[in-house]
Design a protein. Structure first.
Length: 563
């Protein structure tokens, strides 16, 4: 990863620079703290680039910590996927892999400390009663009738909670702060709840589990995190985290909030993404329509493109929606420089070149692999009497500005010859099924010795040598720019795009793709960028369209920059 991807100036970086300059810190330590209850998405990529990028730039360290405090939702599958995604993006936590579940004993001791100081108590109110007693933004909360239990009684009850004596929901441990506080997070928040469920790492060792709010800040403190970077929704939680630090008299990590990433035509709520998976709106967490990093990877996105995107959007203090077109622009920019060019026909129409020798050996034409990369070299593409061309590259009665193949018209075959359509063959329903053409053998390589010009160039694949393939064409998963906004009583799934996936099963690709491996990326000339799917095989190639060639974002930016 290049340095220029991580050194963009922003307010958090300015804070880090000042902290090092003033001597407040001699070394920077950050952390990426995902909950292992789902797959990472593009919003997490912004956080990953930020926390690992700052540590890398200033010679510090960044921990990977799994905040695994909810045994009902967490799984080793998510842990494995998170680690794979972080590495795929180009970052390494080395030996600093931590789990909040490893701190359970220490967190329990912290809770006991609060009880002994009279700052925490065991409450018998139900979850619904606690919500009711909490009040609102305009009305103070009500104190629980169990708030004034003695230290000894609270210690005894908390120990019995740990031993598994009580049922789920029977009791909780709450902090004793201020039920009239303007910040509702300070109105005696829950610290521990009873959950009789096996933890994916700790088994049945625990019957009580700390809440995220009680775990997060203390875990930062245990790891001596200097700069605890969080998204804006945690800003109102910072006074609570600071209260814990003061009462426990432990290392004070500095929490700084930044705007989370919101992208048009998608949702980045893990709860909503889980619903899409569980309700079978998509194939799974790595469905190429999903904004998960595994979905992007399967679709053919590159780590460099995502890092470039995160660098361009920057780090801000206010939430906003970023156009998906910008991410696609970053992707095209990277793929244009690195993806090999090949020819594929998605909706084939047969062409027979009548004056081409029937029994001749196939002609081997030279094709450039990538005009943007001189080191990519070239390949040999077989040419024969029968070809496949794109059905949309022919019109029997074309409009004025249609410059592709038509009866009596001459066009150039990419890397090949000039051909002229002489006859149109139709079936009994009147559908065009074949074109008869002639070719000019003097135009090999696409140039005419007599200097004549043609207006159209089309791609093709030799019918004799073509490989069959399935191609999956993807569009936005949602039909509106902001699917998070729904009419009253509506649901975000009402905005799902019914045309987000089109599967083509009669495609033809050039034989050079016979050895393509899952994850390989190509530009299908004139069609877009495509990636070999994980379900592809030697018997049947499967490609996912990564992105089209049309760059709406780049076009808009060029228009804006024109005087």
């Amino acid at each position: 990863m290049s340095k220029d991807e991580t050194t963009q100036s922003h307010f958090i970086r300015d804070i880090v620079v000042e902290d090092l300059k003033s001597g407040r810190h001699k070394e920077i330590r950050t952390r990426f703290p995902p909950e292992p209850n789902g797959y990472l998405h593009i919003g997490h990529a912004k956080a990953i680039c930020l926390v690992f990028g700052l540590a890398d730039e200033f010679g510090g360290r960044c921990n990977l910590r799994f905040d695994d405090t909810n045994p009902l939702r967490e799984d080793l599958e998510y842990v494995a996927s998170i680690k794979e995604d972080v590495r795929w993006l180009g970052f390494d936590w080395e030996d600093r892999e931590y789990y909040a579940s490893d701190y359970f004993e220490q967190l329990y001791d912290f809770a006991v400390t609060l009880i002994k100081k009279g700052k925490a108590y065991v409450d018998d109110l139900s979850a619904e009663e606690i919500r009711t007693h909490r009040g609102s933004l305009t009305e103070p909360g009500q104190e629980s009738p169990f708030r004034d239990r003695s230290v000894e009684e609270n210690l005894g009850l908390f120990e019995r909670m740990r031993s598994g004596e009580f049922e789920d929901g029977a009791k909780v441990l709450r902090a004793k702060i201020d039920m009239a506080a303007g910040n509702v997070n300070l109105r005696d928040p829950v610290l521990y709840r009873i959950v009789h469920a096996s933890h994916y790492r700790r088994g049945d060792e625990w019957s009580i589990y700390p809440t995220y709010d009680f775990t997060h800040g203390q875990s930062d403190s245990i790891e001596k995190i200097t700069h605890s970077l969080c998204t804006l929704e945690f800003e109102d939680h910072r006074p609570l985290y600071d209260w814990f630090i003061r009462e426990l008299e432990i290392y004070p990590s500095r929490q700084i909030e930044f705007a989370r990433l919101n992208v048009s035509h998608t949702v980045l709520s893990k709860r909503k993404l889980r619903r899409l998976v569980e309700e079978s709106h998509v194939e799974g967490w790595d469905d190429p329509r999903m904004p998960t990093l595994s979905g992007f990877r399967r679709r053919g996105y590159t780590p460099a493109a995502i890092r470039d995107f995160c660098s361009r959007i920057g780090v801000a203090k206010a939430n906003s929606i970023v156009e998906l077109a910008l991410l696609e622009h970053c992707l095209r920019d990277d793929l244009n420089r690195h993806a090999l060019r090949v020819m594929a026909v998605l909706n084939p129409l047969k062409v027979v070149i009548e004056n081409y020798p029937e029994d001749d050996e196939p002609d081997e034409l030279e094709a450039i692999n990538n005009p943007e990369d001189e080191t990519a070299g070239s390949r040999r593409v077989p040419f024969s009497r029968e070809l496949w061309i794109e059905r949309t590259d022919f019109m029997e009665d074309p409009p004025k500005k249609f410059f592709r193949l038509a009866p009596g018209r001459e066009v150039r075959l990419r890397y090949g010859y000039f051909i002229t359509c002489t006859e149109v063959v139709k079936d009994e329903n009147g559908e065009v099924v074949e074109l008869r053409c002639t070719y000019d053998p003097e135009t090999r390589g696409g140039q005419a010795p007599d200097g004549r010009k043609v207006r159209g160039t089309i791609h093709w694949v030799s019918a004799r040598h073509a490989l069959p393939a399935d191609v999956r064409l993807y569009d936005h998963l949602f039909s509106v720019e902001n699917p998070n906004v729904t009419p009253e009583g509506g649901d975000f799934t009402n905005h799902l795009n019914a045309d987000s996936l089109e599967v083509l099963t009669d495609c033809k690709v050039e034989p050079s793709l016979a050895d393509a491996e899952p994850g390989d990326r190509f530009q299908f000339e004139r069609l877009g960028y495509f990636c070999v799917d994980r379900n592809s095989s030697a018997e049947r190639l499967v490609f996912n369209r990564t992105v089209t060639l049309r760059d709406t974002w780049g076009k808009i930016q060029r228009r804006r920059s024109t005087p």
